[in-house]
Design a protein around this ligand. Sequence first.
Ligand SMILES: NC(=O)c1ccc[n+]([C@@H]2O[C@H](COP(=O)([O-])OP(=O)(O)OC[C@H]3O[C@@H](n4cnc5c(N)ncnc54)[C@H](O)[C@@H]3O)[C@@H](O)[C@H]2O)c1
Length: 442
Amino acid sequence: MAEKVAAKPNGKLGVLVVGNGAVATTFMTGVLMTRKGLAKPVGSMTQYDKIRVGRGENKKYLHYKDIVPLAELDDIVFGCWDVYPANAYEAAINAEVLKEKDIEPVKEELIAIKPMKAAFDKNYAKRLTGDNTMGDITRWEMVERLREDIRNFKKETGVERVVVLWAASTEVYVPVNEKVHYTLADLEKAMKEDDRENIAPSMCYAYAALEEGCPFIMGAPNTTVDIPAMWELAEKTKMPIAGKDFKTGQTLVKSGFAPIIGTRCLGLNGWFSTNILGNRDGLVLDEPANFRTKEVSKLSTLESILVPENQPDLYGHGNDEDTQYYHKVRINYYPPRNDNKEGWDNIDIFGWMGYPMQIKINFLCRDSILAAPLCLDLVLLSDLAARAGRYGTQRFLSFFLKSPQHDYTQDEVPVNHLFQQYVMLKNAIREMGGYEADEEID
Ligand SMILES: NC(=O)c1ccc[n+]([C@@H]2O[C@H](COP(=O)([O-])OP(=O)(O)OC[C@H]3O[C@@H](n4cnc5c(N)ncnc54)[C@H](O)[C@@H]3O)[C@@H](O)[C@H]2O)c1
């Protein structure tokens, strides 16, 4: 499967975004502005990165588009679903991420992006009050209506292919339930029986997308496609899936910085991460059940890079049970900051003979500005993967994700180390471009 070269794209690429909030509108506005030559897609690997292909005398450093047949930005047609009826222009203004001068030139195109009615259940995001929803319908009805939406979007826009990207709010935590989430037959049964506890609305979007032959990307930490039943569906429909949770501010820093500690064999007693955030995402995450989903995702990053079992002297002390360093993540809702999140990391390390030291990182980032290029890359690379005949979980996309999917039923370990993830990304691009995957992950 992996060695297949990607076929050239035909026609337009539809991008259906679940959610029309800060991330979605920053992504869409940026693509439209770039198309007009009025902005630069900074931070996007597919637009900027150059990687080596070939070796020795045949070695070349090329942009991705010169290695693989990526869809062009000009070929993208956007659509979306949201709980609120505001069009993408109004939503972009409301989000207050971008200045009006960076939105106005594409106002008409944004106004034309009107959200379809959301498949929504208030129990999954209590703080949202919008009424642009499908109403109180069963999970299976949600699936059917979403499938119809995708088909209508294709018909109306004439796009050849569609990718579905979840950039909607984080849902409450749905623990993996072996009786429901392990086989496709059980999942379908639960959807048909309207099992609202085990079937999140996001699963209906994913199911509908895959059945309609669209890759599905989960940008929030929801477990949606991170369950064996969805892996089975992705195999059956031969569609790529990717998730979870865009790797933006603090976790990006963590997955890039932790390797410094690990590579130099320094010790770690504790890592405390806290954030203040004031956008709607922060509001939803202020609800403990929604934060739980995020916490699980954020915590997993460090543990697979600095592994206590592998280096008990360095990482086997620090918390209550003295089996591991102390790792804590907090997000606090603080409206005055809106989308401009501030993150603090306090890292208690130790060196030669156990002498303690501290590292402080204060990242004043812009959440959606960091997330938008990831949306673009995930969409273009998932579309590419589908054309290369790759299906199921796309591990090479881990580079963009905070809590990368992996087969936990087989004790497969996720790769969280930023530079190892980059190797997987480069190798996949090489393979899909007909070159040899020539870098190892040690
Ligand atoms: N910005 C980042 O750095 C970052 C990083 C990682 C993950 N994320 C995740 O991306 C998602 C979007 O973030 P944001 O800042 O744009 O949030 P936001 O609140 O501005 O936008 C989310 C939108 O999703 C809509 N929505 C909620 N449930 C829906 C449903 N069932 N169907 C359709 N629409 C629905 C909401 O009405 C809202 O407009 C969040 O889950 C967030 O946790 C963001």
